[in-house]
Design a protein around this ligand. Structure first.
Ligand SMILES: NC(=O)C1=CN([C@@H]2O[C@H](COP(=O)(O)OP(=O)(O)OC[C@H]3O[C@@H](n4cnc5c(N)ncnc54)[C@H](OP(=O)(O)O)[C@@H]3O)[C@@H](O)[C@H]2O)[C@H](O)CC1
Ligand SMILES: [K+]
Length: 457
């Protein structure tokens, strides 16, 4: 079992192509199914201390994995039953069922068991689940002490994480060969429980990955405040939001933070307040301009945004500034940090999964796009993307986005490229939230950034 951090994410078509290559290279479909099923059985055995296992099998190869797993459990002396919703329709699944010596119960009539393994549907689910499948599945998962999904929980759409059925979450999902979008995108990610990857010998690679902890560089003896990164945060109508961004930048690793424009009284003394001016932005030592938190949307805000863009400094554009942004692609290194509402306003005509839309948006804007949410996608114009799926839900509170813009600004000013800066910032922000515990307010969050950062050195 492998942790999924940093692993490639493949959609169903990419997964099938990788599988086909492995088969073309000489490993048959049945051999792959044997590896998958036996590894599932091994994990079930480790986790269940001999309790009775009910394996639910569907008509395709996901069901085939289930037949193999049940047979392997039985061989190992484990009490295993099978319930199926239909007969196998693939050669490999038919062979796997033929090798199962025990009875096969009707899904609708199966009695609950303490351990349930869901091998009904995997990446081949292509339409809503009928009630004759959904209801027993709900009942059996609901009555199990431990539920484990093979590849993906039945009822989720592999490629976009949408739901084909209302079924309770499982405790553990064993992804086969690669992580799929359904494991990291909402709402399906919340249905997966813990997720682990099983290596079944299919080589996978691709430009979309699960987020992983950054490897940050501590300052060296030669560093000084400017080389560590000067962040200019542009304030506006609501100075508190800009103060949160400035604090996020300071505690997120910047060497120097300047707040340009009106400031609140309660600002750390280390953050330098300065009048907003084109000259202040033109300082060549400014490594990143953060603009948007509390900026306002009036003429003055627009003027500040225009001047900030004209300064040709690397930019983090958030909040109100996203509302003022035109359609022209960025000409300088730029990171946009929209939440769902801002994304819809800017890129509402794009289709596809959240990952696909974020990549298309990044191409159109010629900028890195941090499409925020419970499943934050960081996308680059060249097609790379990182999905951060496990930020604490407590982050859904006012002002945390302002802190994030500041942290990303600090990473950018510190010398990271736009894609890395955005990914690092999202990771540090989520890690700080984890350390902050429940029900924090945005003001508390920045205090946990240094420890989050320290864990990445
Ligand atoms: N990753 C790998 O390399 C390997 C993965 N394996 C496993 O294979 C499945 C994918 O198998 P596949 O047969 O392509 O698909 P499924 O098993 O998920 O399901 C397809 C069957 O389900 C029927 N279907 C689809 N939607 C519904 C629905 N809503 N209600 C009822 N039936 C449905 C579909 O029927 P059609 O009418 O659409 O044809 C199929 O019969 C993968 O997830 C892994 O578990 C390999 O075992 C090893 C290699
Ligand atoms: K499944």
């Amino acid at each position: 079992m492998i942790r999924i951090d940093g692993q490639p994410i493949l959609d169903a078509a990419q997964m099938r192509a990788a599988e086909a290559q492995t088969i073309a290279a000489g490993t048959g479909a049945e051999a792959l199914m044997a590896r998958a099923g036996e590894q599932v059985a091994e994990q079930v055995r480790r986790l269940t201390a001999g309790a009775e296992v009910l394996v639910l099998c569907g008509p395709g190869n996901n069901g085939g994995d289930g037949y193999v797993a049940a047979a392997a459990l039985r061989r190992a002396g484990h009490a295993a039953r099978i319930a199926a919703c239909a007969s196998p329709t693939t050669a490999a699944a038919s062979a796997a069922r033929a090798a199962w010596m025990g009875p096969v119960e009707e899904l609708g009539n199966a009695a609950p068991a303490p351990i349930v393994v869901d091998a009904l549907f995997g990446i081949g689910l292509n339409r809503p689940l009928g009630a004759e499948i959904c209801e027993p599945l709900r009942h059996l998962i609901g009555n199990a002490r431990l539920s484990i999904a093979v590849d993906v929980p039945s009822g989720v759409s592999t490629d976009d994480g949408s739901s084909f059925a209302e079924v309770p979450a499982v405790d553990l999902t064993l992804a086969l060969a690669a992580v799929k979008p359904a494991h990291v995108l909402q709402p399906s990610a919340a249905r997966c429980g813990d997720i682990r990857l099983l290596d079944i010998g299919v080589e996978v690679s691709g430009p979309v990955r699960v987020a992983s902890a950054p490897q940050l560089r501590p300052p060296s003896a030669r560093d000084h405040k400017y080389s560590r990164g000067l962040v200019a945060v542009v304030a506006g109508r609501m100075p508190g939001a800009a103060a949160l961004a400035a604090t996020g930048a300071g505690r997120g690793g910047a060497g120097y933070v300047r707040l340009l424009g009106s400031a609140t009284d309660r600002l750390p003394h280390a953050i330098v307040r300065q009048r907003f001016s084109a000259e202040a932005l033109a300082d060549e030592r400014v490594g990143a301009v953060v603009i948007g938190p509390g900026l306002g949307r009036d003429d003055k805000a627009r003027e500040r945004l225009d001047l900030a863009r004209a300064s040709e400094r690397p930019m983090v554009i958030d909040g109100d500034a996203l509302h003022l942004l035109g359609e022209a692609p960025a000409r300088v290194p730029t990171i946009l940090t929209p939440h769902a509402g801002e994304f819809a306003r800017l890129f509402g005509d794009l289709n596809g999964s959240k990952i696909e839309r974020a990549i298309a948006a990044a191409r159109r804007a010629n900028a890195v796009v941090v499409f925020k949410g419970a499943d934050t996608v960081i996308a680059a114009p060249d097609g790379r993307a990182i999905v951060h799926a496990h930020a604490p839900a407590w982050l859904a509170t006012a002002g945390t986005g302002d802190v994030l813009a500041g942290v990303i600004g600090a990473q950018l000013a510190g010398g990271a490229d736009v894609f890395t800066a955005a990914a690092n910032g999202v990771w540090l922000h989520a890690e700080a939230a984890r350390r902050a515990g429940p029900a924090f307010i945005a003001d508390d969050l920045a205090a946990h950034l240094p420890a989050a950062l320290g864990a990445c050195l």
